[in-house]
Every structure is written in C-alpha cells, then in structure tokens.
Design a binder for this molecule. Structure first.
Ligand SMILES: Cc1cc2nc3c(=O)[nH]c(=O)nc-3n(C[C@H](O)[C@H](O)[C@H](O)COP(=O)(O)O)c2cc1C
Length: 188
C-alpha cells in the first residue's frame, strides 16, 4: 500500500505540513509506504489550455508534473493538504490539480478507466478564521480532482482558527485526528 501526501503550503513545518506528517505516520503505522511531495519546491506551470491532453491524455508542458502523474496514478491513497488562502487552496496545489486536466481527459474524453477504483483520498485543510464556509470551495475542488484521477473522497480533516507557524501543536485534537485519518486511509 502506497500513500502519497501532497503538501500544499509554502511554509515548511507549518500547520499543514505538521498535520500531513501525522497523517502519513498514521498510514505508516499500518505498514503503508508513504511519500510526501512538497509542491512549493517543484516547478509546476499553471495549465495553459493548450489541450494536447485531449488527443492522448498527456500534457504538452514539460516540467516536474512529469514525475507527479505516475505517482498520482500508482498511489493507493492520496492526501491533499493545504492551508486556506483567500477561501481556497494555495496556488501551488491548485496548479498541480489544474494540470491533472490531462488525467481528466483520459477518463472523460478518451474513456480510459483509472487504475483502481478502490483508491481512497483524504483532504486536510487549515485556516486562521472560523468562517462556516471556509472550506466549502476547496472541498468541491478536491472532490472533483479525486473523481478525475479515480480516487474516492473518503475522509477530511478541516481545522479552523489556527494561524501562526506551528500553532497546530497547541490544538487539542488535530494532530491525533490527522494520525487517525492516515491510519484509516489504509483500511479497505
Ligand atoms: C495569502 C494568505 C491568504 C490567507 N487566506 C485565508 C483565508 O481566506 N481564510 C483563513 O481562515 N485563513 C487565511 N490565511 C491564513 C492561513 O490559512 C493560516 O495561517 C494557516 O494556518 C497557514 O497554514 P500553514 O502554516 O500550513 O501555511 C491566509 C494566509 C495567507 C498567507
């Protein structure tokens, strides 16, 4: 079992990073092999709508996405983790998702079925404010992303009211919840 964590915050050892680490530890505790991608360290251009992907399911842009596509398709579990930036995912992780239009094209245009329909995904998000709708838009984005790459939206951990770097450590339940989320993701 392989679990891929997509770390969408530019802040290393920030709240998202710490939550994702716990989730990956939870998966590891069940024997899963885990990998964390720090999106901010990669070169991922935004989608340019060249639409080469409509022909063969491959993006015509050559950059670090070349390595990400196979990882996304081979993982048994995928965790997207992002802080809320203006009520959305960070632009780093959104660029990665948008570039998966190529995988969307494979499924919906070229009618190629994704590798394994039992793959599970989870969404971890953190924001500073307490707004009721803080995560709504991002949940829709992540659900549609998972649908496009053949992953079921199986779990979410949404944490409000956390702002400063590492402040998540003071939260009474979030890190434990993240570990549990990762642990459960490995169960069929
Ligand atoms: C550019 C930017 C935009 C932000 N927008 C929001 C927002 O719309 N709502 C919110 O609750 N927090 C917002 N925040 C606060 C972050 O979500 C918060 O500090 C979070 O804990 C950062 O997580 P990290 O340490 O993983 O980067 C924003 C922060 C930045 C830098």
């Amino acid at each position: 079992m392989r679990v891929l964590g997509i770390m969408g915050s530019p802040r290393i050892k920030g709240n998202t990073d710490l939550l994702l680490d716990e989730a990956l530890k939870g998966a590891q505790s069940q024997g899963a092999e885990v990998e964390k991608i720090i999106v901010d360290r990669l070169k991922i251009a935004p989608c340019r709508e060249y639409y080469g992907c409509l022909k063969d399911g491959n993006c015509v842009i050559r950059d670090d996405m070349d390595d990400i596509y196979p990882k996304l398709l081979e993982a048994d579990g995928v965790i997207v983790a992002s802080p809320m930036f203006f009520y959305g995912l960070t632009s780093q992780v959104k660029a990665l998702i948008d570039r998966c239009q190529a995988l969307w094209a494979r499924k919906y245009i070229l009618k190629q079925s994704p590798p394994d329909a039992t793959r599970k995904g989870a969404f971890i998000a953190v924001g500073a404010t307490k707004g009721q709708k803080l995560f709504d838009g991002s949940i829709l984005t992540v659900k549609y992303f998972f649908q496009s790459i053949g992953v079921e939206y199986a779990a979410e951990l949404l944490v409000r009211g956390v702002d400063k770097k590492g402040e998540i450590r003071e939260h009474s339940t979030a890190l434990l919840d993240a570990f549990e989320l990762g642990r459960r993701l490995t169960q069929k």
